[in-house]
Design a protein around this ligand. Sequence first.
Ligand code: MF3
Ligand code: CO
Length: 295
Amino acid sequence: MVYIGNAKFERNAPCWCGSGKKYKNCHESFDEKLRSYALKGAIVPDRGLIKTPEQIRGIKESAKVNIAVLDEVASRIREGMTTEEIDEIVYDVTVKSGAIPAPLHYEGFPKSVCTSINEEVCHGIPAPDRVLKDGDIINVDVSTILNGFFSDSSRMFLIGNVSEEKKKLVQVTKECVDIGISMVKPWTFLGDMGDAVHRHALENGYSVVREIGGHGCGLEFHEDPYVSYVSRPGTEMLMVPGMCFTIEPMVNMGTDKIYQDEENGWTIYTDDGMPSAQWEVQVVVTEDGCEVVTW
Ligand code: MF3
Ligand code: CO
């Protein structure tokens, strides 16, 4: 992860970031700053994780499709619908937009979207016999590839009359993401953000899944860094402008312990059978904070 650039030989050459400016007038001081953090022992991103303006434009175009897909799901999701029908909506809207659903055939995943209901933490597989019932909470996790650029976001939906307890879990999880967004600032650490997310969940009596988190996203579905929401301040990767990653904590009403479905090899459940919620956004780190590209 540590990048040690050779500024001397590149100062008049075009900057590596693709801006078209000379290196000395563009990312030279940035590289020096990064190097000083690296020398102090910080985990710093390598250049591949810092997106060029053109790449960010591509990611945002992909994100527009991603949002449109979720908006369509939002307008049609209802009690009595099967998760298979949600999969069909996601596939149709994505493909009609000239894009590809990233989950389809990803490491053998059989469907176009993840649909995770109640105690399902993530990676629920849509099925024709899985019917949405009154009182369910469901996460619909949509990931999109457009012109080779990846976007990823998910929302929770409440089906019919949902208990106050479950509503609060969904609401607090959304607040966790908002807090995460507010903590994305260049030259601070992912661990600062992860800890703030974690604390908000804990303050509300919830737990946060430890083994699965967010990820860099943009040129690949899952890139570095791994983004934990149980991390400590001042640890994990340094955030710098141009980095693009997801904020997607999985918040459990009960234990943080989870297990994987042995039959399908994908779906993750809470160990105690209590509900879990998740919202996901994708952000690009800017000079003074971040821009949310999927929301
Ligand atoms: N969308 C999930 C994420 O946020 C990844 C799902 S992988 C799949 O990282 F294969 F299950 F789609
Ligand atoms: Co994701």
